[in-house]
Design a protein around this ligand. Structure first.
Ligand code: ZN
Length: 326
């Protein structure tokens, strides 16, 4: 198992992070919390990120006109859902908010490459599943999921016929991913989401999901885990039947946690850990390499939930002396 992280993921936010429920430093907090538990395993699994994704790199998956519009404070404030951003100089927003995101996007591709050789890799950021080809929204400006799929194909690490399993268990539906892969049917989408919250209006995005799991309001852990366990194995078996599944992308949002300000679901910390381990086990049992991305998580506990999962994954798969291909 590999763990991709750089301290450049952390967003400074010009000291204004108190205005948004997002903990912009959760990446560094998770990194530290993992170190408190399993420092040796963490450091051995660590892979750095050489450079951020450039605007030129991003134009492979985003409309160049959209990238140009990100020089406009209104466009930025819309994508980031932060009205006060309009009043800040664009260069400052790029430096403090968008540059960390470009590092995270690059990190998702690094992690995806590592997943193909190590079997499991976690990027300690990323999962910007609301960013569309021509518009950012929901605090997602650049779509790292589209970026990593494009990158692996361009590098020849995935072929045009390799299938990709996209498993999105963030509380919000991954509408940006739906739009990116609207006509790409090598990407198979499994998405369990709260249908009563953003982006409920995006019907086209929902229609693209191959296996949609709309969750009941205030869904608690037992029911949530039951619904996922009832559908995920069949989904994975079906797409792997007559074809190779080259990679799974697991978008592991922690906004399903009961203390989350936006998710509207009621999973305990133990439920979130059980969910993550279940998904990884299902993929490993089928020999599908998996890259895990953090995605949303808007409680102060979010970093701890991430750390719980990564610590357990490192204990199980972080020791290269124990063969990870069972
Ligand atoms: Zn979310």
């Amino acid at each position: 198992m590999k763990l991709v992280y750089t301290r450049r993921y952390n967003i400074g936010f010009l000291g204004l992070e108190r205005l948004h429920p997002f903990d912009s430093r959760k990446y560094g907090r998770a990194w530290k919390a993992i170190g408190h538990e399993v420092r040796h395993l963490r450091n051995r699994a660590w892979v750095g990120v050489p450079r951020p994704a450039s605007v030129m790199d991003l134009s492979a998956v985003h409309d160049p006109a959209y990238l140009k519009r990100l020089g406009d404070p209104l466009e930025l404030s819309w994508a980031l859902e932060l009205p006060f951003i309009r009043k800040l100089p664009v260069w400052a927003v790029w430096r403090v908010v968008l540059r960390p995101m470009r590092w995270a996007v690059a990190g998702s591709l690094v992690a995806a490459r590592e997943a193909l050789t190590a079997g499991i890799a976690v990027n300690l950021s990323g999962g910007y599943h609301h960013a569309k080809p021509d518009r950012g929204e929901g605090f997602c400006v650049f779509n790292d999921i589209a970026y990593l799929v494009h990158g692996l194909r361009a590098e020849g690490r995935l072929t045009a016929t390799d299938r990709i399993a996209y498993v999105d268990l963030d509380a919000h539906q991954g509408n940006g991913v739906s739009h990116h892969f609207r006509a790409d049917h090598q990407v198979f989408m499994f998405d369990a989401f709260n249908p009563h919250i953003y982006p409920a209006h995006d019907r086209d995005a929902r229609a693209r999901i191959d296996c949609p799991i709309p969750l009941p309001a205030r869904c608690a852990g037992a029911e949530y885990l039951h619904l996922v366990a009832r559908s995920l194995p069949g989904f994975l078996d079906a797409i792997g039947r007559n074809a190779r599944v080259g990679l799974a992308v697991y978008n592991a949002g922690t906004d399903v946690f009961t203390g989350d300000a936006l998710g509207g679901l009621h999973l305990s910390a133990g439920d979130v850990l059980a969910r993550d381990l279940y998904v990884i086990e299902q993929l490993r049992a089928r020999g599908i390499p998996v890259v895990m991305l953090l995605s949303g998580g808007y409680s102060r506990e979010s970093y701890r939930l991430v750390a719980n999962t990564v610590v357990e994954l490192l204990r199980r798969y972080g020791n290269p002396k124990v063969p990870t291909d069972s």
